[in-house]
Design a binder for this molecule. Structure first.
Ligand code: GDP
Ligand code: CA
Length: 318
């Protein structure tokens, strides 16, 4: 069964790692958000791609949700100590963004391959292969598409400033995906959607992680027109996000903080909404949106739980 996942960060990476355990992993393609990408101290960092790569390669710190297991931060601490002693120092030296020592190797290799003129899609696939991943990992686009957030104070923030530097505490009034209109899907993206029998939107932030992918021209249409069974998993469980600001962001933009709110966002795009057992009471409202509700235990506390959820989803849609 060919499965195509529309992937954000940690929630997506967890479910995709689960999928890779219960299906032929060569039939799995992940189309990953690059709206969070940022140039950090000269290196091209793709946080969602790295989260997916590290999970699929079984190298992640599952509890922390990002980065590599057994990581150290010697280079980062040295950098911070130099920044403290720097004369002047009003500029943003990005010392708030930690890059682990092992993680640095990923960014160095990605940067070098990009400097050699290779497109991000090819570079991402090369990295996936270097990590021993047999599934296909594609960025949504080779072109720069960046999520820009406007606060209720009218400030415009790039994603990492909002998320990491300011700990996603700002109240938001608007979210844009700059560069999306002029972008084209990376090589293989549309083909992967068209060739899939199942398209899955894992539990990810609908407006910060999934919407940037859908904003790349052609992607949403390919999903809408696809003959695949299309399913999303609610990232909202019991009225809250399991981590991150999805609950506050959805509410700020006027969405219901529930699987029903998630279902409304994806209306027309999906046939099935997977909701957590604690939200079972919302199933009739989801049916009223002309989607099939599937109630499962959706909390992935480890690789085994992720594999079980992946299998339950495939069984429910197959
Ligand atoms: P980020 O880019 O790393 O912040 O992550 P994503 O956008 O992919 O995912 C964040 C969302 O995924 C949050 O709203 C979480 O509630 C949700 N999430 C993370 N892990 C799980 C899980 O195990 N189960 C479910 N249902 N949702 C999850
Ligand atoms: Ca992300």
């Amino acid at each position: 069964m060919r499965v195509c996942a529309i992937a954000g960060g940690v929630g997506s990476a967890r479910l995709c790692a689960g999928l890779a355990r219960v299906m032929d992993r060569r039939d799995l393609t992940m189309i990953v958000n690059t709206g969070d990408d940022e140039r950090i101290r000269g290196l091209h960092v793709s946080p969602d791609i790295d989260t997916v790569l590290y999970h699929l390669a079984d190298l992640t710190d599952w509890q922390r949700g990002w980065g590599l297991a057994e990581e150290s931060f010697v280079a980062h601490e040295r950098y911070q100590s130099l920044v403290e002693k720097l004369p002047g120092g009003k500029d943003d030296l990005q010392d708030w963004f930690a890059l682990g020592d092992r993680d640095l190797a990923t960014h160095l290799l990605r940067g070098r391959l990009l400097d050699l003129g290779r497109p991000l899609g090819e570079v991402t696939q090369a990295l996936a292969e270097a990590f021993g991943i047999e599934s296909t990992v594609l960025p949504m686009s080779d072109d720069p598409v960046r999520t820009v957030l406007t606060t209720t104070e009218g400030e415009r923030l790039d994603f990492q400033t909002y998320f990491v530097r300011r700990h996603h505490t700002d109240d938001l009034s608007n979210i844009e995906y700059t560069g999306a209109e002029q972008s084209t899907p990376a090589h293989g993206v549309i083909e992967a959607i068209q060739g899939a029998e199942v398209v899955i939107i894992p539990p990810s932030n609908p407006v910060l992680s999934v919407a940037p992918i859908l904003a790349v021209p052609g992607v949403e249409k390919a999903i809408t027109r696809s003959a695949a069974i299309r399913a999303a998993v609610s990232p909202i469980v019991g009225g809250r996000a399991l981590k991150g600001p999805a609950d506050r962001v959805l509410s700020a933009l006027g969405h219901d903080v529930s699987p029903v709110g998630v279902a409304r966002i994806y209306k027309g795009l999906i046939d099935v909404l997977v909701l957590d057992a604690v939200d079972e009471q919302h199933a009739p409202d989801i049916e009223a949106l002309e989607m099939r509700p599937v109630v499962l235990d959706t909390i992935m506390t480890g690789p085994e739980e992720a594999a079980r959820l992946a299998k339950d989803i495939l069984d429910a849609v197959a």
